[in-house]
Design a binder for this molecule. Structure first.
Ligand SMILES: *Cc1c(COP(=O)(O)O)cnc(C)c1O
Length: 438
């Protein structure tokens, strides 16, 4: 995308970020350690951040922004949360890593299992990518089947079998979504339209007895914010149960966010396996997969399915995650998140109406997407019809007004407990100005 004048303005306001980016690009591919940070889809140059406090972040040129990225989901209590910091600092004095058993891992596993529906046992890993990859290996190991079903627009990390695009028809096996993913591996994944139970039934019929697992985001947050249609999740549950396939609910984004027990609790559905990440690490690198005892018992060392990790259950990450989950248990936290989300949604919707329409807000609890199109978005094809050029302009107009959202039209925005009414009202005013200007 060519830089809009709004992008150009952002860039001129941020000479230090621009200089840092030039330096970064010499030694880091694209200057970034994860591609979406590069602003490729909104134009302009990325901001370098130096500090976070509550719901706000500061860039290298000294500007402050109200942050709706929250490190892409983990920071549901805001940046530099005092108790989380204190817990990490306390753990730090006893050593950063042992690669051996610690009592806090047990407490943490108990905490996770007490919250997440269907989670009898849990294994910690270091990233959501690992959690999803391992859950799929377990599903294959347990069923003795090779094929998996995923949904277009759902992201489950960057492992080979999950970086797969749809083939030419609903029953056709997938194709690599990146060079380097062997076709032989992509061919084991079917990628189907989200919210299309008919396509799932057809795929099961076409590949009878061969499907190991269905994996999905119970709220699709990697194409904005797409809630499951009524009956979609239960339909998947029923199809998997009838066929003996494993239902893997990827709650890396939704876990401990859209409800205390995640999307499974919110929508009243229970998967066989669940993937957790982001919030579970309290802002440190931690993730997990868990589920039915009979399935989880098949993992090494009790079972034959292999998976391991040098830093798995890392003491600092466990301390941060434990503290985060404990704090989220305080009275009224989820009600507060819901209220804040509703206030922001109503305000942005009103700003859209006031400035001539052409956009809509979709929200589930404390995650939200703004789409530049009028009709509801139910799947990736819908999301792809949005006006991404306008998104890019609005993105930069928001930055200029002190609001930082994800630099991509297809990412969810995250509301946290640190977003107070004043911050939300300031955000709504910024949206109104940004929409009017673009
Ligand atoms: C972020 C995300 C992942 C990948 O997690 P990483 O920690 O980035 O590897 C997987 N699934 C979903 C739903 C996610 O949002």
């Amino acid at each position: 995308m060519t830089d809009s004048s709004a992008a150009q303005t952002t860039w001129e306001r941020n000479p230090r970020s621009v200089a840092l980016m030039e330096r970064a690009q010499q030694r880091i591919p694209g200057g970034v350690n994860s591609p979406v940070r590069a602003f490729s889809s909104v134009g302009g140059k990325p901001l370098f951040l130096v500090k976070g406090e509550g719901c706000r972040v500061q860039d290298a040129d000294g500007h402050w922004y109200i942050d709706y990225v929250g490190s892409w989901g983990p920071l549901i209590l805001g940046h530099a949360q005092a108790q989380v910091n204190a817990a990490v600092a306390a753990a730090l004095t006893s050593g950063t890593s042992f690669g051996a058993c610690t009592e806090r891992e047990i407490q943490f596993a108990e905490t996770v299992c007490s919250r997440v529906p269907g989670c009898d046992m849990v294994r910690m890993v270091s990233s959501g990518t690992e959690a999803c990859m391992s859950a799929i290996r377990l599903a294959r190991g347990a069923t003795g089947r090779d094929l998996i079903i995923k949904f277009d627009g759902c992201y489950h990390g960057h492992s080979d079998g999950l970086l797969v695009a749809a083939g030419s028809g609903a029953e056709t096996l997938g194709v690599p979504d990146s060079p380097g993913v062997p076709a032989a591996i992509a061919n084991l994944t079917l990628s189907l339209p989200y919210n299309d139970l008919g396509a799932v039934r057809a795929a099961f019929a076409a590949h009878d007895g061969q499907i190991a697992a269905v994996i999905l985001e119970a709220v699709a947050g990697n194409m904005g914010c797409v809630p499951p249609d009524p009956g979609f999740l239960q339909g998947l549950r029923d199809v998997c149960t009838a066929d003996g396939a494993v239902l893997i609910v990827d709650e890396v984004m939704t876990g401990f966010r859209v409800a205390r027990g995640g999307a499974q609790e919110r929508f009243g559905i229970t998967g066989d396996l669940v993937c957790l990440g982001k919030v579970i690490g309290g802002g440190l690198p931690a993730a997990a997969y868990g589920g039915r005892r009979d399935l989880m018992s098949r993992m090494a060392p009790t079972g034959p399915v292999y998976q391991a990790g040098t830093l798995s259950g890392n003491p600092l990450a466990v301390a941060a995650g434990q503290t985060m989950l404990d704090l989220l248990d305080a009275d009224g936290v989820y009600e507060g998140l819901e209220r804040a989300g509703a206030r922001l949604e109503a305000g942005i919707a009103a700003a859209i109406a006031k400035t001539g329409g052409g956009a809509r807000v979709q929200r589930v609890g404390a995650m939200m997407g703004v789409y530049f199109r009028d009709a509801p978005v139910r799947n990736l094809d819908d999301a792809r019809t949005c006006d991404v050029a306008r998104f890019g302009r609005v993105f930069h107009e928001l930055l200029a007004r002190g609001v930082y959202i994800a630099p991509s039209a297809y990412e969810a925005g995250f509301i946290g407990a640190a977003h107070d009414d004043a911050a939300i009202d300031e955000t709504i005013t910024a949206w109104e100005g940004a929409l009017a200007a673009s």
